[in-house]
Design a protein around this ligand. Structure first.
Ligand code: GYE
Length: 354
């Protein structure tokens, strides 16, 4: 029940945070400090703006940006840290942020996109997409409305010319790292049956991490004997694992596509009197505080980092876009891998923000 305590705490935080959100997903404005000096806007407005819809261009400042942020929901510890990164950085930089919580519902996220396209105040839209497809109309409408669009956290399929840049992780590489670690952990093992807890269906991290993991797993004789979505959630991670344990205990490893599902699996294994991290090796992705706690406890063996603190890079790209600065289509985030056997794990955790 240990992780349930951690996770319940994280969940309580998320539920409290979610509870603060109005029932129907509406954009909540984050208060800002306005720093626009009259001189700047006067100077900027005399010359033709470099970018349509930005009278201040090419001398825009953060306080000229009104950003409509389309968040996926509050499904995991990673997501909470990611939302906080956007709210806190907006406050620090004086950006007017309209935060939209899609509550894990793609239709609501598309509706939120339309709402921002129609909002005359919004000049930049940041999308963290629940799915890799379904954005053609939203992006066309944004272009017609002169809104600049930035993808954060997750990629979409194609449509590169419809958004400024994508800032986030290489999920395929995260999957490969996880596969390599599971191969190493099962090296001496006679059998290599692995169960996979998959993230939200059609979401880029779920698709790419699974692909990357299989690339490496196939090379070391790992057999994936169960694979099912648990929507990046701890509760579903536990339920899915319990159902599998009800049928068989012939498993040597569990690949959880995020820490939260991994914590759920660990609780299910404990309830079944199995020893997670020992009898059954566990590899997950995110490296959040919850994942670190489990590694320190020895129930999680490895967590591949996925950095949620994307806001500073996204806001920097937004300001450059407003000022007409060309940017690469992909701006990767920096990430590592963390091990339960690392003697410095406690110190590392003490210095982390998530
Ligand atoms: O791994 C998971 C979250 O999109 C990278 O979404 C993100 C993933 C992350 O729910 O914890």
């Amino acid at each position: 029940m240990y992780h349930f305590k951690i996770a319940s705490f994280l969940m309580v935080v998320s539920i409290v945070l979610a509870a603060c959100q109005p029932l129907s997903p509406v954009a909540t404005a984050v208060p800002v400090a306005t720093q626009v000096s009259a001189a700047n806007s006067a100077a900027a407005s005399s010359a033709a703006p470099k970018v349509v819809n930005f009278p201040c261009s090419p001398n825009c400042k953060y306080s000229d940006l009104v950003i409509g942020f389309l968040q996926t929901g509050s499904e995991s510890g990673w997501r909470l840290a990611n939302s906080l990164s956007f709210k806190e950085s907006a406050q620090q930089l004086g950006i007017n942020l309209k935060f939209y919580d899609s509550q894990g519902d793609l239709a609501k996220q598309v509706a939120g996109f339309h709402k921002f396209n129609q909002d005359p105040e919004v000049n930049i839209i940041v999308l963290e997409p629940l799915s890799v497809t379904g954005w053609d109309d939203s992006l066309k409408e944004a272009k017609a409305a002169g809104k600049l669009v930035i993808l954060s956290d997750r990629r979409i399929d194609g449509l590169e010319d419809m958004y400024v840049t994508f800032i986030g992780a290489d999920f395929l590489e995260e999957g490969r790292k996880a596969g390599t670690e599971m191969c190493n952990l099962l090296e001496g093992s006679e059998k290599r049956n692995v169960w996979e807890l998959v993230g939200t269906v059609d979401a880029a991290p779920a698709i790419d991490r699974g692909k990357g993991f299989r690339e490496k797993a196939d090379q070391c004789g790992i057999v994936i004997t169960n694979s099912q979505t648990a929507n990046f959630g701890i509760i579903q991670g536990k339920q899915v694992t319990e159902a599998w344990l009800g049928k068989s205990k012939d498993v040597q490893g569990i690949f959880a596509q995020n820490d939260d599902m991994g914590l759920g699996a660990i609780d299910a294994l404990k309830d079944a009197d199995l020893a997670p991290g020992k009898d059954i090796k566990i590899v997950s992705v995110d490296a959040t505080a919850g994942g670190f706690q489990a590694m320190l406890e020895g129930t999680l063996n490895v967590s591949v980092e996925c950095n949620p603190l994307l806001a500073p890079q996204v806001y920097e790209a937004a300001l450059k876009a407003a000022n007409g600065v060309e940017q690469p289509k992909l701006i990767p985030s920096q990430e590592g891998v963390f091990y339960a056997v690392d003697p410095n794990l406690k110190e590392i955790l003490a210095g982390r923000k998530y």
